[in-house]
Design a protein around this ligand. Structure first.
Ligand SMILES: NC(=O)c1ccc[n+]([C@@H]2O[C@H](COP(=O)([O-])OP(=O)(O)OC[C@H]3O[C@@H](n4cnc5c(N)ncnc54)[C@H](OP(=O)(O)O)[C@@H]3O)[C@@H](O)[C@H]2O)c1
Length: 285
C-alpha cells in the first residue's frame, strides 16, 4: 500500500490526512513546524509517526507539502529526495515548478489543489466531498492523484503549469470576492442602522437562493434583477443614491453592472438597444 507523508500539519494537511486515512490510505509520517500540530494530525489517523521533515521524506512514498505557499519551495529545496517517490503540494496559484529541486533528484512532482475554502480542519473534512481537485502531474503520479480525488468523494480537473495563475484568480473572484461583495452589501445596511450581523443574516437566504439557482437553473437563466429586466430607471436611482451615501462604491457598482449586461443579453430578456442604454448609464462619467 502507498505510504503517505505530510509536511505541514495545518488545516489542509490534517483534513487530507484524516480523510485519506478514512478511505483506506496509509498515512505513515508527519512533520510540522510545531510538535503540537504534528501530534494533532498523528492522533487523527491510524499508525502515523512524527518525524522531522527529512524523516517524512525518507519514510513515505508520496509526500504532501501542506505548508503555507511561501514555505513550499524552501521545504522542497532543503530536503533530500529519492528517485521514484512522489512530492506534491496543494497550492492553487503555484505550479510544479516550485518542486524543481525534488524533480532534479528524480522524484515525481505534482499539484493536488482542493478547489474549496477551508476555514478549519472540521469544516475542511465536511466540505471536501464533492469538491473538485485541480491536478498537475505526469504519469504514473497523475493516476494516483486522480484515484485520491475520487476516493475523497471529489472530482478532478487536469491543468497545465501555465494555467495555474488564472485558475487561481478565478477561485479568488468566485470565493474571496464574494465575501467582499457581502461585506459591501452589509455596509450599505448601516445607512439604515441595521447591525452588520443582522444584515448578514438577512442577506444569507438571498445568497443561498442565488447559489441554488446557479446550480439548478444555470447561468445566464438564473440572472434576475434590474439589469436582467432592463430597468434603466432603477439603475439610475441606485447610482444617484450611492453617489450620496457611499460614493466609494460607485465604481464597483458600475463595473459589476457593465459585466452583468452580457449575461442579461444572453438570457434574452433585454435587446441590444436596452443593453446599450444600460451601458451608457453604467459607464464611468
Ligand atoms: N485553507 C484553504 O482554504 C486552502 C484551500 C486550498 C488549498 N490550500 C493550500 O493548502 C496549503 C496549506 O494551507 P493551510 O490553509 O492548511 O495552511 P495552514 O493552516 O496555515 O497550515 C500550514 C501548516 O504548515 C506548517 N508549517 C509552516 N511552515 C512550515 C515549515 N517550514 N515546515 C513544516 N511545516 C510548516 C504550520 O505549522 P505549525 O502549525 O506546526 O506551526 C501549519 O500548521 C497551502 O498551499 C494552501 O494554498 C488551502
Amino acid at each position: 500500500m502507498l505510504k503517505l507523508g505530510f509536511i505541514g500539519a495545518g488545516t489542509v494537511g490534517t483534513a487530507l490526512a484524516a480523510r485519506l486515512n478514512g478511505r483506506g490510505y496509509a498515512v505513515v509520517a508527519v512533520s510540522s513546524r510545531s510538535r503540537t500540530s504534528a501530534q494533532n494530525l498523528a492522533q487523527s489517523v491510524n499508525g502515523c509517526r512524527i518525524f522531522d521533515s527529512q524523516g517524512v521524506a525518507d519514510n513515505a512514498e508520496l509526500i504532501f507539502i501542506t505548508t503555507p505557499d511561501d514555505a513550499i519551495a524552501q521545504v522542497a529545496s532543503q530536503l533530500k529526495w529519492r528517485p521514484g517517490q512522489g512530492v506534491v503540494h496543494c497550492s492553487g496559484a503555484d505550479s510544479t515548478a516550485i518542486l524543481q529541486p525534488a524533480k532534479d533528484s528524480g522524484a515525481r512532482v505534482g499539484v493536488f489543489h482542493p478547489l474549496q475554502t477551508f476555514a478549519s480542519v472540521k469544516q475542511a473534512m465536511e466540505n471536501m466531498p464533492g469538491s473538485t481537485f485541480a491536478l498537475e502531474a505526469g504519469e504514473p503520479l497523475l493516476k494516483k492523484l486522480k484515484d485520491m480525488a475520487t476516493a475523497l468523494g471529489g472530482h478532478w480537473v487536469e491543468l497545465k503549469a501555465s494555467d495555474k495563475v488564472l485558475y487561481h484568480a478565478a477561485a479568488v473572484i468566485a470565493c474571496n470576492y464574494m465575501v467582499t461583495l457581502v461585506k459591501l452589501a452589509t455596509d450599505l445596511w448601516q445607512t439604515f442602522d441595521v447591525p452588520p450581523q443582522k444584515a448578514t443574516q438577512a442577506l444569507l437566504p438571498l445568497l443561498r437562493g442565488t447559489i441554488h439557482n446557479i446550480d439548478t437553473v444555470g447561468i445566464p437563466q438564473c440572472l434576475t434583477g434590474p439589469i436582467a429586466r432592463g430597468d434603466v430607471g432603477t439603475i439610475k436611482k441606485h447610482l444617484d443614491a450611492l453617489e450620496q451615501a457611499a460614493p466609494h462604491l460607485v465604481s464597483t457598482y458600475r463595473e459589476l453592472g457593465l459585466q452583468t449586461i452580457p449575461i442579461a443579453v444572453a438570457k434574452g430578456r433585454i435587446d441590444k438597444n436596452q443593453a446599450e442604454e444600460l451601458r451608457v448609464i453604467l459607464q464611468p462619467a
